[in-house]
Design a protein around this ligand. Structure first.
Ligand SMILES: C[S@@+](CC[C@H](N)C(=O)[O-])C[C@H]1O[C@@H](n2cnc3c(N)ncnc32)[C@H](O)[C@@H]1O
Length: 239
């Protein structure tokens, strides 16, 4: 049994109502967890962004949360038409501007990432002058490591946190579910930027990344060497 940690979730939280509401809707299988929504609500209250970008907005869960908490200008990116159509119903009346994959608005003050994002798109995202925080839903380790790297190049120090320790006993009796990760950005001088990056190396998992890559490459090479037989065998096993 895991320990009960974190703050109590009260009915006052928009995240709770939002999670309850969206989890009953069509297409809700992949929505952000309650823990993530609580953590994001906390950030929205803290930074009160005037414009947000919900990247991989799905059926609109996090877009709606942002609207309820601080009523910002809403941008979203969603490649799946089925999800966009559902979001249009779920967010009826909200002025959400859908952006294309090669356009990141320059006025955004917060970004939520819950979909695939390329290095170039991250580069454009971080170019937004007033960006205060980036929230990443789920694990998305590659995205986290790439953002951490690019923040340093763009002259940002950033505090990184993963899962805030909220206890989501509503959905998981054992009290654990993923709660997202986030960078809180600060433009500052070069030494501070560097120190901040070094501090993030461990917490973002960047230290282990080269080891994982080397392991992956090695296992791919081994796999190629054994290719004809092992592929045949694994196909047979899969049947
Ligand atoms: C984890 S989901 C995003 C969820 C979104 N942030 C939310 O909380 O509603 C990531 C991606 O999966 C795809 N997706 C999510 N739900 C889907 C569904 N019901 N059917 C097909 N694709 C889905 C969408 O392209 C979406 O951007």
């Amino acid at each position: 049994m895991s320990k009960k940690v974190g703050r109590a979730v009260t009915e006052k939280h928009f995240a709770l109502q939002n999670h309850d509401y969206f989890s009953k809707l069509e297409g809700s299988k992949h929505i952000a967890t309650l823990t993530s929504q609580l953590n994001l609500e906390n950030l929205l209250n803290q930074f009160n962004p005037k414009a947000i970008l919900d990247w991989g907005s799905g059926i609109g869960t996090l877009t709606n949360l942002a609207h309820k908490v601080c009523d910002p200008k809403l941008y979203a990116f969603e490649q799946d038409k089925y999800c966009r159509d559902l979001a249009a119903i779920n967010l009826a009346g909200l002025p959400v501007e859908y952006v294309s994959e090669d356009y990141i608005p320059v006025d955004i003050e917060a970004a939520f990432l819950d979909g695939e994002i390329s290095k170039l798109q991250i580069n454009r995202l971080i170019a937004s002058k007033n960006l205060k925080f980036i929230f990443i839903e789920g694990w998305r380790n590659k995205t986290v490591i790439e953002i951490s790297r690019q923040l340093q190049r763009k002259g940002y120090a950033a505090k990184f946190e993963r899962h805030g320790g909220w206890l989501s006993y509503y959905s998981k009796p054992e009290g654990f579910e993923k709660g997202g990760a986030w960078f809180i950005l600060e433009k500052t001088n070069k030494p501070k930027v560097l120190i901040s990056r070094l501090k993030r190396i461990k917490s973002t998992g960047a230290a282990a990344d080269p080891i994982m890559k080397a392991f992956f490459e090695l296992s791919t090479k081994t796999h190629k060497f054994r290719h004809p037989k092992s592929t045949f065998l694994s196909r047979k096993r899969a049947l």
